[in-house]
Design a protein around this ligand. Sequence first.
Ligand code: FES
Length: 100
Amino acid sequence: MEKSFRITKNKEVSRGSEVSLFLNDQPIQAYEGESVASALMVNGQVAMRTTIEGDSRGLFCGMGVCFDCLVIVDDVPNTRACMTWVKDGMKVYTQSGLSK
Ligand code: FES
């Protein structure tokens, strides 16, 4: 993804090391200490799943309660993006309905 919403000009922002993260088989920028939800959002991926009826869902509560941020992480469906920390080499897929 080309567009990033990440803060870049504030010297008070510190980050962990950059990690290799893939979203729907495309590399995106992510850093240690970020949640999957955060990494997806700063890379412009606001919709993280669709419901069985096809409606888009994304980050809502941000604390593991609503389950609107479900994604597939390293072949595990129904993973809450807001409660999962990025890891080097992680493969994330947006989710349609109950799985891929
Ligand atoms: S945003 Fe609510 S569980 Fe992740």
